[in-house]
Design a protein around this ligand. Structure first.
Ligand code: ATP
Ligand code: MG
Length: 201
């Protein structure tokens, strides 16, 4: 077990890694597996946002079911990672605090670890009901190039070192729009879905 982690008596240790995943990429995947390893997690749920309300209106967002299929393809064969459609099933605008509350109710003895890149962590107090969120989970924060690790007051958190990858979904969408290659920035199965659905053109 990693230093600094304490395992509860009966529950599992579950990572909750939310995102728009439009599309998922190696930055997400390396983060998820390394956080699982560093914090001795039993699994990491890759939770696909249904309606990412902070992004709506700023750009076209791929339908949730297609983003879900890309995440399923991306984690296929990786035991510790699981694609999670909880937020899509719930429908409506996506509030992470609702997802954590649902996971807490489903597994009262589980330890929940919310996984975040440093850009997301810095904005946590703009999320819905941050004070409730603080009580539901610890955070695992990984540094993302260009975003120093800063966490709003009141959260319990661990910094986890992962290889820094200067990759974003934005860059991948732009590359597709420009007709450039996106190979190796995301798993082959997800690349195939981008092509099949003619996304980001
Ligand atoms: P976009 O460019 O569309 O915002 P993104 O690449 O930032 O996409 P998101 O779906 O917005 O991906 O991010 C989901 C989570 O993954 C956030 O916590 C974000 O900080 C984290 N994340 C995204 N890319 C990386 C990366 N390269 N390294 C570490 N964490 C990342
Ligand atoms: Mg982002």
């Amino acid at each position: 077990m990693a230093a600094g982690t304490t395992r509860g008596s009966s529950g599992r240790r579950i990572g909750v890694f939310g995102g728009t995943f439009d599309p998922p990429h190696i930055g997400h995947l390396v983060t998820a597996v390394r956080v699982a390893e560093a914090l001795d997690l039993d699994l990491v749920l890759m939770v696909v946002a249904n309606v990412p309300w902070q992004k709506v209106g700023l750009r076209r967002i791929t339908p949730a079911d297609v983003r879900m299929d890309m995440v399923r393809a991306a984690v296929e064969g990786v035991d510790v990672l699981e694609a999670c459609d909880l937020e899509i099933e719930r429908g409506g605008e996506t509030y992470t605090v609702d997802t954590l509350a649902a996971l807490r109710a489903a597994g009262p003895d589980d330890d929940l670890v919310l996984v975040l890149g440093s850009d997301a962590a810095a904005g946590l107090d703009t999320w819905d009901r941050p004070e409730e969120l603080r009580g539901l989970c610890r955070l695992a924060v990984v540094e993302r190039p260009g975003s120093p690790v800063v966490v709003p007051d009141g959260f319990r958190w661990d910094a986890v070192r992962v290889p820094m990858l200067e990759v974003s979904s934005t860059e991948i969408r732009e590359r597709v729009a420009e007709g450039r290659s996106i190979r190796f920035l995301l798993p082959e199965g997800a690349v195939s879905l981008v092509e099949q659905h003619r996304l980001y053109r």
